[in-house]
Unconditional design. Structure first.
Length: 144
């Protein structure tokens, strides 16, 4: 269990060289903070691109979930589980909910399509920017 993480998630510098075992990974951490949510993280561009998903991520086609883009996280955060002390940014319990690899099928500024191969989630998923709801708001759903 890796409990040594920064107090606040500051913007991070991308890793110059990404170890092969961290390339194309995804993790979803169940984060019981001030509000329960799931943190979706995809390793991209030398960082973990991150979205907070207020409801459990969809395992079947149909449900659409709000996904709020948050600060990038350092790649070392990929295996974090533990308790963030009260009074610190993100205070609460963080548990690994799913992990695996992904294949990016299409990536544009407004839409990402990727195939997840995880313990819980498998298949083609989409992140679609939902600007009407706010600049950082996306929809996350299973496409097939």
């Amino acid at each position: 269990m890796a409990d040594e993480k920064p107090e606040k998630c500051e913007p991070v510098e991308p890793w110059d060289e990404v170890p092969p075992e961290l390339a194309n990974i995804f993790v979803i951490q169940r984060h019981d903070a001030s509000r329960l949510h799931w943190d979706l993280r995809l390793s991209m561009d030398g960082v973990l691109k991150s979205w907070a998903v207020p409801k459990e991520p969809p395992a079947t086609k149909g449900p659409r979930r709000l996904a709020i883009m948050v600060d990038d996280h350092d790649l070392s955060y990929h295996d974090f589980e533990g308790v963030i002390e009260g009074g610190k940014y993100g205070a609460g319990r963080v548990e690994m909910w799913d992990r695996g690899t992904y294949e990016m099928l299409d990536r544009k500024d407004e839409k990402m399509v990727f195939r997840l191969k995880g313990d819980r989630l498998n298949g083609k998923y989409v992140l679609l920017r939902f600007k009407k709801a706010g600049e950082n708001n996306w929809l996350f759903f299973k496409a097939e």
